[in-house]
Design a protein. Sequence first.
Lengths: 213, 301
Amino acid sequence: MSKSDLEKRTVMSPDGEPIEINPLQDYFCDARPKVHEPVLPIFEKFLNWARSESLWVLGFGTGCGAIEMRPLMTPRFDAYRFGIQWRPTPRQSSVFIISGYLSVKTLKRVIRSYEQMQNPKFVIALGSCTINGGMYWDSYNTIKRLDHYLPVDVYIAGCMPRPEAILAGFEKLKELIREGKGEGANLYAQNFDWYKANQKKIIKDWDMPDYNW
Amino acid sequence: MEFGIKQILYLLLTLFIVLNYGLILQGIMPKIAARVGRRYGIRWYQPYLDLIKNHAKRSKITHGVMYYLGPVFRLTGGIGLLLFLPVIYGSPVFGNLSFAGDLTLVLFFQFFGVLGMALGAGESGHPHSAIGVSRGLSQVTALELPLTLGVISIAMQYHTLNISDIVAAQQGGVMNWTIVTNPFAGAALMLTFLGSMGRAPFDVVMAPQEIPIGPPTEYHSGFLGVLQLNRAIFPVAKLILFMNLLYGGATSWPELFIKTFFIYLWSVFVGVAFPRFRVDQSVRWFLGVPLLFGIIAILLI
């Protein structure tokens, strides 16, 4: 799809009637995200326990960190025994792992994937690049602090972190969720304007709706 | 037997037992497969957690009416298949809704859920869903052929379309089981069984890393939760069907658990030993040896 396909225009239908189409509105829903308040505390505690023990990961190999995630599936580290599974679609996932540096181009895709995930959702930032830019601190094309663009729950430092460190990060995330602190999705909805302003500062050719579900 | 409130309660009890058994099987079988790969594997209660987690998701989005109905159709297919089966042979209460021609209805219910899913996934508008559905349907259609031939062969053998009568004819020891008395129909059924369980080598339709996850690509939160419920109930219902057709049925719940466990294990054995087929390969495979067995079974009866 080229960029001109996204522009608003009038087309002729086969029976000669003009139709207004606006792909950005027709293909995507651009309603703002809503804050979903937690339910009764005692009930929420139980649900949070289930959420923490069933972490479905959206694998998004943005940087070199992706190579350290593969061993987690192998017999040596076997993350499945901790309730961690890889899912191929953002719709079904609850944990988004940003595995390393984010170039401006990738940031756009990351935002879209993140917004397609359903509340509650958690973000793990992998490697030093997501904290302060790491070895790409002076690059013209990568972002430095991921926290300015998406609400991050857990940072795993290292260049690159070993699989053991990633497992420890997952354990930390589980603790946070059980304590009821994994409210990144609500945080994103509350500070939506601030996050969007930051994102638009970086992404110059913004050709998508403000929120993709 | 008259149909009253007591019968409905027993139906719900059947559903409850089968749901829990299905969820536990879903936990144990991947664990067995993982041990073959020298992994520790998931916890046996992981399917329960996943189910709770998916239902506990706070937001969901919809694509229209059919999108809602897809998982409902699918679950209806699973529950319908289960409720029209005589679950425990000879039991006045766990015979459920089985009746004289239930074998034909059960064959229909096998396909029902897939069709509902196709409609629902089609409405989601996700291209991967559409590709996944067309691949899934072509595989199911291919395996229906030997399956139906095997079932017809068994129906001809016992001169009945009533599953209860088929079970009754197999009582009195292993030598009376259909798998012994009609081995070709048994072989055709057990080979198609591999395909319908959604495990390797026939799991490319649902394989997460292929066309991302096939039909349920767009399903999430509660929708996926309903699909997961069906993924617990439907395999057990199919196991009970195959147990009734080939292995003499069960006269008690423990006997049912033991027999269905080993029938399920057959698909796990094959799954860990063989790599995946592509869809075109699996279609060709189903139309080869299993179909041949089905035809021989029909000719020999």
